[in-house]
Design a protein around this ligand. Structure first.
Ligand code: GLU
Length: 469
């Protein structure tokens, strides 16, 4: 019987949840879901100097926001150090590892000589078969793993295909440092084994490590998991994604007003494809996801595409979901507290508003007219539109609208059309100043939507505010 699939996302908590890390987590999650397996989270926090609790919290929060909660308790690598040491000892006992007493100077000289002679600059294995009785006194040794010296190692990577390295390139790596602490390479293998990981899905910057890890699994007599090394994300210019291309942290995308499901949809598409499908649900992604669709070459991050996908998700999102999601953005943009937001009005306006906005930030901006208190602050364009002729005309519009008793789109439409005909004005010449007076801006949903959502009293009052000056 084949083992149930278990994947893991194993970030080092040294900063935020990187957008590339989020994609790795997503692939791990999708693959596990696709096979009805488990997706686990391991925080690789053994580098105590670089790991912070804030970074761990940011990673957990970012994954949470994306809906990528792990299936079991979070594993903290630092809690397993005794176990890693125990495995190093077992490797010593079985003859797969040995003590090495080389000094720093010796190692430097070794590298120099290798470089000069054009050999690989790895450790030359000088303590591999040496009698431990020759150990210098007072030197704390490191423990090295005996890598195979002859032949080659081949990994059948689910993304990269068959990849082979000559074993000459694998020197005897350190698994326990002189102070007795395990190295990253050992910890990863022990944890992956102990967590029952069947598929290691990660960035292809770890492909080289896989060859070394492969032999460690073997030396312990453990099954080697499948590997899937996915290409890194690049910027639009083809260079590895970095700060100068834009935001790198998932939290920044949340703050820019992207919806988690849209970002997820975009990230799945980044390096994986299912025909020409561009927009699909999480359920579809789970159903379709497999490594066949993962491309080997680096994917390029494309903000325009992300915006497009986000806009589509916004339009398709439920009005009440967007109304709720908007509160933090209204607070951030305009300092208006949730309690002061007229949610009923916002909800009523949402069908018109969401058609135009590509992000929640844009949506918040377009909703400001609803929330703003009278008299409105006019933006520059609105001020320009409301010159004295326009304000006089608004006074007459006010009289005309005051006569509309049932404040419906049809009656308002009829009243305004009659008015523009009587004034011999194009409809736009009436609607534009009216919009400026009602919204304080020159862009908004359709004018009838605005009038309706604001309601009779508020609309007439806002128009009156601009006619009186
Ligand atoms: N902790 C490593 C990183 O953040 C990942 C290790 C792995 O996936 O094996 O790059």
């Amino acid at each position: 019987m084949t083992k149930p699939v278990v994947t893991r996302f194993a970030p080092s908590p040294t900063g935020f949840l990187h957008i590339g890390g989020a994609r790795t987590a997503l692939f791990c999650w999708l693959y596990a879901r696709h096979h009805g397996g488990q997706y686990l989270l391991r925080i690789e926090d053994t580098d105590r100097k670089r790991s912070t609790d804030e970074a761990t919290a940011a990673i957990v929060e970012g994954l949470d926001w994306l809906g990528l909660q792990p299936d079991g308790d979070i594993v903290y690598q630092s809690h397993n150090l005794d176990r890693h040491t125990e495995v190093a000892k077992a490797l010593l006992d079985s003859g797969n590892a040995y003590y090495c007493y080389c000094s720093k100077e010796e190692l430097a000289e070794m590298r120099e000589n290798a470089r000069a002679e054009g050999r690989p600059i790895g450790y030359d294995g000088r303590w591999r078969d040496r009698d431990p009785a020759e150990a210098p006194v007072g030197v704390d040794p490191v423990v090295r793993f005996k890598a195979p010296k002859e032949g080659s190692t081949t990994i059948h990577d689910l993304v990269q295909g068959e990849v082979t390295v000559s074993n000459k390139e694998l020197d005897d790596m350190i698994i326990l440092r002189a102070d007795g602490t395990p190295t990253y390479m050992l910890s990863v293998v022990v944890d992956d084994h102990d967590m029952g990981i069947t598929h290691i899905i990660r960035g292809d910057d770890h492909l080289n490590n896989a060859f070394r890890q492969y032999h460690l699994f073997g030396a312990m007599g453990w099954d080697v998991p499948e590997f899937a090394h996915i290409s890194l994300i690049h910027g639009a210019d083809g260079a590895k994604l970095s700060k100068r291309h834009g935001a790198l942290g998932v939290d920044a995308y949340r703050d820019m007003g992207y919806l988690p499901d849209a970002l997820k949809n975009y990230l799945v598409k980044l390096g994986w494809g299912h025909g020409d499908d561009e927009i699909f649900s999480t359920e579809q992604a789970i159903e379709w996801f497999d490594f066949d669709g993962v491309v080997k070459s680096p994917a390029r991050f494309d903000f325009t595409k992300l915006e497009h996908i986000n806009g589509t998700y916004m339009r398709e999102s439920a009005d009440d979901y967007l109304t709720e999601a908007l509160s933090p953005f209204i607070l951030a943009e305009f300092g208006i507290d949730e309690a002061e937001i007229p949610k009923d009005k916002l909800l009523a306006a949402m069908p018109g508003l969401k058609e135009r906005a590509k992000t929640l930030v844009e949506l918040a901006k377009s909703a400001l007219f609803l929330i703003a208190k009278r008299p409105l602050d006019l933006d520059e364009k609105a001020q320009k539109l409301l010159h004295s002729d326009a304000r006089e005309m608004l006074a007459r519009v006010l009289t005309a609208l005051d006569l509309v008793s049932d404040w419906s789109a049809e009656s308002l439409d009829a009243a305004l059309r009659t008015f523009s005909e009587a004034e011999q004005l194009k409809f736009g010449k009436v609607a534009q100043p009216l919009r400026a007076a009602l919204c304080g801006t020159t862009t908004s949903p359709g004018i009838f939507d605005v009038l309706q959502v604001l309601g009779r009293e508020e609309s007439l009052a806002r128009i009156a505010d601009q006619t009186m000056k």
